[in-house]
Design a protein around this ligand. Structure first.
Ligand code: TPP
Ligand code: MG
Length: 1038
């Protein structure tokens, strides 16, 4: 063994003059405050008790001591320590003293006998220096690892070597190494110098570089640290504040010889690289002028993903949900998910006809779901790739949410069966804030998926932008550090290193159930897409790329040189795969029709008929029996567990609820309770998520009761309703909208048999989740033929509270509705209302009564299909004494009312009505109050449009026809350029074939949603009410 040889050399005597010379040459004048003259070479032969024969014995003893200091007598232990520390002849030996083994203080006490105290200090000092050095490699070794296959950019954007690492870029080039060491010595960082290199040091328990050995010469320590941390893998993990996890990683990367592959594994790796590389080449040959966002330069991604999946499958995972951007998507579909090649190739055929709705954008956006046998583990595995928009990283929380749901439905509470893999581009991973929001969900009890494996295709460029202009962090992956995820950077031109880190990443996930990042440092051989010229902007990088040998070629040459495969075998592998592609290409010509339904990421077996149609086109009554209403009401107003102390204020709230139930009425909170509680009874899982939803922002909900005396003791009465009810999940989210809404959308994607609701704290906050709304919720079905029944609860209303928190921006949701304002649909059609719902992209409602809110929530599940539901929910109406609904309006046979017609005196003598006011939501209560005050109940009828979209043309036509002599006006509290006016007016005009004008009573246009001045607010309100009830208001316009 090398270290034994060096130690034996040490045992050879040096003269005192030699020793002195060593120091005078190398030591700086005032190196370190605790610096002492040291003697590393012990003149053992000069020891008075040693003879020629006994020195052999001593040498053996010394070897044994190096292996294990406790294996020799304590006196020898002290002797060797002193010797190693440079004690002069005659002073190293001392007769045995009682001292606890390994105790340096005891050892120190023993030293004065021979005057060796300074040497013990040196011993400690040296070991501390070495320990610091080891730690420096563990922390900063990745900065000098050779990660860039092109060798031009440093993966951490910094070409300097950390000052506390004794390293050289040309690792064992002695000249460079010496220079580096000299600089360190001069700088005095460790106080080590060249002569220390052969000195043997005990290794601390925080390193595994020794393997079976507990002490090594410094030179070997450095060599092994460089092997572990400065080759083709850069490990970032020392920020993790869990010792066990750090030790686990150290062991995986430091243990000598741990990165071993069998020949079989190497051949599999080569075969996978062949597929990955030849797939892109095939596409390039056949469709040279088509964009495909090829993987060239990171072909290793395919074997990398397969390794993660193989290893995870081996550890029990049987469902992997993936999200990825454009780069290499087709390759992943073909070679990881294993979609039939002809189905992929036919996407390049411009004559392919669409069999169903959907944008048909298979190549870059559509998802996939595939169940197959994993050939390596021989176990079933289901792979799903979630459809995604162009918006990079937007699918991250969606994938998480879907994963959480799949885990939930199969009872996988620890994430042992279902997991997700997220792929990222380097620029997007660093730049997009949603990455951070998603990471912050990763460890929250109601959001964790128990670890995601992130893989970054770090091609060191984003479209045309150099990473030095695109991020301020050293690596694109630094965002992952916030959740203590280890980050494994790896040079993608070393396929075995890549496979190794992927294996470790999968093991990490299955051991600790936490996120982990694999950063594949690679390059992009072509432009951003195949049509793009990269030399315009990255001339030097691309000159190097032109010279770069493809990784397949490099690895094949390596395996041929190692005798693992021979050239004919390699060529055979290539022609075998090329033939598979050619045959699939021939078959692809037979594909004439594109079935987008074949590209669903989340099929809902059993929910639709076999050809994907709803099982009926009707919706049963959403009412409930009196018993059920009363039972839910009673639980909602009680504490269903023993010895549970609730807050006095809450007792009063529950008491008031109880009284409402006794009076057979509901307020907003009770209506929601009734809807949720009854659906739970029917086996529908309910998940309500958002900021502070458990109590409710407006303190009206109280779904989670807190024991006032016991920390964290809570009770969710909703889970105590029925013996075999579905579970209710209500969870306060992190302070994120984009991430959490995306997550809930993903959760809702997994099954149609769940009511998944996201509540914004105030409706205006939804705009920080705009991307999820614009790219997924609004057009999801149209783009990806995938339905989703997510519900958005958006508190909305002008309460004089200023421009913030007032508007949930109904105008934006309504502007995105797909119904035609100028075309009156066929109102005679059977099931008109349901057909309308089926055809719409989403449903937008603003309920004016708790009862209607109850019905619309239940309808969401009782419909035979799923549509997103946007509900503008009230604030002041939560406690408004008139905003109550009687049980009578919630009994069997009752339904959600799309329109609530006037039912007062005006309705009884419609011919006398001068004006028919249409409105929606809370302003109704202001209007009725004003009408009463002005005694205009005979002249003015007020009709509420509860379902704004799809627009209830049929019911509104009836209303208009009922009041032939009435002027029509739309009244809203929102400013004219906001709210509902622009949506409602043209549709109302279409309803009446433009026979009459539709007047406007409301606030003027404005830039902000509301005034910040209470008095102005009230003045504005009064003005709109004046207009609404001034029967001459529109005279001058006619
Ligand atoms: C949110 C968002 N902003 C901008 C774009 C436009 N865009 C498409 S690809 C790209 C560069 C992506 O770079 P990177 O993440 O490194 O992936 P690569 O193409 O290098 O694989 C940009 C800016 C986008 N798709 N999404
Ligand atoms: Mg990139």
């Amino acid at each position: 063994m090398f270290h034994l040889r060096t130690c034996a050399a040490k045992l050879r005597p040096l003269t005192a003059s030699q020793t002195v010379k060593t120091f005078s040459q190398n030591r700086p004048a005032a190196a370190r405050t605790f610096g002492q003259i040291r003697s590393y070479t012990a003149p053992v032969a000069a020891e008075p008790f040693l003879s020629g024969t006994s020195s052999n014995y001593v040498e053996e003893m010394y070897y044994a001591w190096l292996e294990n200091p406790k294996s020799v007598h304590k006196s020898w232990d002290i002797f060797f320590r002193n010797t190693n520390a440079g004690a002069p002849p005659g002073t190293a030996y001392q007769s045995p003293l009682p001292l606890s083994p390994g105790s340096l203080s005891a050892l120190a006490r023993a030293q004065p006998l021979v005057g060796a105290q300074p040497n013990v200090d040196k011993l400690v000092e040296d070991h501390l220096a070495v320990q610091s050095l080891i730690r420096a490699y563990q922390i900063r070794g990745h900065h000098v690892a050779q990660l860039d296959p092109l060798g031009i950019l440093d993966a951490d954007l910094d070409s300097s070597v950390p000052a506390d690492i004794i390293s050289s870029t040309d690792k064992l080039d002695l000249a460079v190494f010496k220079e580096r060491l000299r600089m360190l010595t001069v700088g005095g960082f460790y106080g080590l110098d060249e002569s220390d290199l052969d000195k043997v040091f005990h290794l601390p328990t925080t390193t595994f570089i020794g393997g079976q050995e507990s002490a090594l010469p410094l030179r070997e320590i450095i060599r092994r640290l460089e092997m572990a941390y400065c080759q083709h893998i850069g490990v970032e993990f020392m920020f993790i504040n869990d010792l066990e996890q750090c030790q686990w990683i150290r062991q995986k990367f430091e243990t000598p010889g741990i990165m071993q592959f069998t020949n079989e594994e190497k051949r599999t790796l080569l075969a996978r690289l062949v597929r990955s590389t030849r797939f892109e080449e095939f596409l390039q040959r056949k469709w040279s002028s088509e964009k495909r966002f090829g993987l060239e330069g990171c072909e290793v991604l395919i074997p990398a993903l397969k390794t993660i999946i193989d290893k995870s499958s081996e550890n029990g995972v049987d469902y992997v949900i993936m999200g990825m951007p454009h780069r290499g998507r087709l390759n992943v579909l073909a070679n990881v998910i294993r979609k039939e090649l002809e189905q992929i190739f036919c996407q390049f055929d411009s004559k392919l006809e669409a069999a169903d709705e959907g944008s048909g954008d298979v190549k870059y956006h559509l998802g996939m779901y595939h169940r197959r046998i994993n050939r390596v583990t021989d176990r079933n595995i289901t792979l799903s790739l979630v459809a995604n928009p162009s918006h990079l990283e937007a699918a991250d929380p969606v994938v998480m949410g879907k994963t959480k749901a799949e885990q939930f439905y199969c009872g996988d509470t620890e994430g042992k069966k279902v997991m997700s893999i997220l792929l990222h581009g380097d620029a997007a991973f660093a730049g997009q804030g949603i990455v951070y929001e998603t990471f912050h969900l990763s460890d929250l009890p109601s959001y964790t998926t128990h670890g995601t494996v992130h893989v970054v295709v770090n091609n060191q460029i984003g479209f045309t932008t150099d990473p030095r202009m695109a991020r301020s962090s050293p690596y694109p992956t630094d965002v992952a550090r916030v959740v203590n995820a280890p980050i494994f950077h790896v040079n993608s031109d070393d396929p075995e290193a890549v496979m190794y880190v992927c294996k470790v990443a999968a093991e990490w996930r299955s051991t600790f159930h936490k996120d982990v990042v694999v950063d594949l440092v690679c390059y992009r051989r072509n432009g951003h897409n195949e049509m793009d010229e990269p030399m315009f902007t990255q001339p030097l990088m691309y000159k190097q790329i032109r010279k770069q040998k493809p990784v397949l070629q490099k690895y094949a040459e390596l395996l041929v040189s190692q005798g693992v495969v021979n050239q004919p075998e390699y060529e055979e592998e290539i022609s075998k795969y090329d033939k598979i592609c050619e045959e699939a290409f021939a078959r692809s010509k037979d594909e004439k029709i594109l079935h987008i339904k074949h590209w669903l990421d989340s099929p809902w077996p059993g929910f639709f008929t076999l050809d994907g149609q709803p099982r009926s086109m009707s919706c049963p009554s959403t009412g409930l029996t009196e018993d059920i209403l009363a039972h839910i009401g009673n639980v909602a107003s009680s504490v269903p567990v023993e010895n549970f102390t609730i807050h006095g204020g809450l007792s009063r709230i529950l008491k008031t609820r109880g009284e409402l139930v006794k009076n057979r009425t509901v307020d907003w909170a009770l209506a929601e309770y009734m809807a949720f509680g009854s659906l739970l009874k029917e086996g529908i899982h309910i998940r309500l998520s958002g900021q502070d939803v458990e109590r409710g922002t407006f303190s009206h909900r109280h779904h989670v009761l807190h024991d006032q005396n016991v920390d964290k003791r809570t009770c969710i009465p909703m889970n105590h309703l029925w013996p075999n009810q579905a579970p209710y999940t209500v969870c306060n989210s992190s302070l994120s909208e984009y991430g959490v809404l995306g997550f809930e959308l993903g959760f809702a994607m997994a099954s149609p048999n769940a009511l998944v609701l996201w509540e914004a704290q105030f409706g205006d906050f939804h705009n920080t989740a705009q991307c999820i709304i614009d790219q997924f919720i609004c057009p999801g079905q149209a783009k990806w033929v995938r339905q989703n029944g997510i519900v958005l609860l958006l508190p909305h209303g002008m309460e004089g509270m200023g421009p913030e928190h007032s508007s949930a921006r109904p105008e934006r949701f309504l502007q995105m509705c797909n119904d035609d304002p100028d075309v009156l649909p066929n109102l005679e059609e059977a099931n008109f209302d349901i057909n309308q719902l089926y055809d719409c992209n989403w449903v937008v409602v603003n309920c004016s009564t708790p009862g209607n809110f109850f019905h619309v929530l239940r309808r969401q599940i009782l419909l035979p299909f799923r549509k997103p539901l946007i509900i503008f929910t009230p604030k002041s109406l939560l406690r408004h004494p008139e905003a109550r609904t009687s049980f009578d309006e919630m009994l069997p046979g009752t339904h959600f009312q799309r329109v609530i017609p006037e039912d007062g005196p005006a309705a009884h003598n419609p011919e006398n009505v001068k004006r028919l006011l249409f409105c929606t939501g809370k302003v109704y209560y202001d209007l009725t109050r004003e009408r009463k005050a002005r005694s205009m109940v005979e002249q003015v009828a007020i009709t509420r449009i509860e379902q704004l979209s799809p627009f209830p043309f049929d019911l509104l036509l009836q209303e208009v026809q009922k009041y032939p002599g009435a002027e029509l006006a739309w009244c809203q509290e929102e400013h004219k350029n906001q709210g509902y006016y622009d949506y409602v007016k043209p549709r109302l005009r279409t309803t009446i074939s433009r026979a009459k004008p539709v007047w406007y009573a409301g606030r003027d246009p404005a830039a902000a949603p509301a005034t910040g001045n209470k008095k102005t607010h009230l003045t504005e309100l009064q003005r709109l009410l004046d207009t609404a009830f001034d029967l001459d208001a529109f005279k001058n316009f006619s």
